[in-house]
Design a protein around this ligand. Sequence first.
Ligand code: PMP
Length: 391
Amino acid sequence: ASARRTSMLFGPVSLEDREESSLTSVNRAEGIVDGVEGTIGNTPLIKIRSLSEATGCTILAKAEYLNGAGGSPKDRVALNMIQEAEEQGLLSPGRGDTIYEGTVGSTGISLAVLARARGYKAHICMPDDMAIEKSDLLHHLGATVERVPVAPITDPGHFVNLARQRAREHTASADTPSRGFFADQFENAANYAAHMKTTGPEIYAQTGGGRLDAFVAGAGTGGTIAGVAKYLKEERGLGSSLRVVLADPQGSGLYNKVRHGVMYSPTEREGTRRRRQVDTMVEGIGINRITQNFEAGRGLIDDAVRVTDEQACRMARWLVEHDGLFVGSSSAVNCVAAVVTALKMPKGSRVVTILCDSGARHLSKFWKHIAEMGLEDETQEQDDDLFTVLG
Ligand code: PMP
């Protein structure tokens, strides 16, 4: 079944082919891809020169913002979840089905694009503290958007619970043959499976057959870190020679879970309302509960690095200034953690991380804050010391 699923994702590709290319388009020889789905995957692995020079290691970043459907690694996940649901008959294009999802944005955008491309509707529930450009984009893509107040996961009004409920209501409705499908990225194993099938094999191939010493990534659902770690450590046998490091923003409970085995989340325990999902301005990573996707890779994570919002802002600015890379907040967190990891490793080590999405998705919050901090002020002398970024 797993080989079959491999062939379903991104068209026919044998396990032997995977090393060379995880994404086999219809007419690769001519460079033609089949629809928007064909623009997903095979993203470049960028050597970040400034961070490599500053650390004495090679810092490599997988440019996931170049995925061509929704501009994030969630394209891979959304496509795999949809294809699995189609295989199982849970989604059928001719029936007028709707995909429901609870998301902080990226997965919703990928699902909304792919829904349009494959004949479905999309209904997205998201917390109302996420950057407005994400919900605007969803509207333009024709999705129904419900922005809901931030609530604990125990609350039926939490964006994930609401999406599940909406899918149920749709399917139960007697006056329509169409179905509601709850994609459920947090608990759906098709999420980390997408990274086992594509992101992991691509990183393996792009590093000349697994020549990397560390993989650093944040976790929102945990799908990326679990899928890549499982592929590299288990399927490719890199095991303990590869250090897998969680990059965790301030306010998230995962850092303590990885480091000390307990989740520090007093507000969650009390079940009280918090102002934000996680007390950070970083979007997409950091969480205060253990999801099935995170659990799938938890035993393979060797360490965690906590990153403050200020460090993330300084890193984002550094990447524009030195490398011309304009990234979002989770990418900046990943790069801070990659640098912290590299500084603890022997010189010359190779550290791979992820650039999740573009800064353009974060203009109204993260980048506005960076400007307000005065980091973009031309009259201020730019600090060229990476340790200023690390604080
Ligand atoms: N960055 C961004 C911008 C995201 O939206 C997400 C997913 N929520 C992630 C990173 C984290 O990916 P994952 O869900 O695979 O842990």
